[in-house]
Write a protein that binds this ligand. Sequence first.
Ligand code: ZN
Length: 55
Amino acid sequence: MYAYICPDCGCYLDPGERCDCGEEREREKEKSAEILKMLKVEKSGQMKIEFKEAI
Ligand SMILES: [Zn+2]
């Protein structure tokens, strides 16, 4: 029987194991922040996505 269950996603963990679902969520947050940074509203009101030149 597993004693360790992630309080966030409910998956079973080994003793001492840390679930990475929190990290995954952080990464998602960063990703959407990056996309928001690329989004620019032009004076005409049109949204424009500016992609970084160097990826
Ligand atoms: Zn989890």
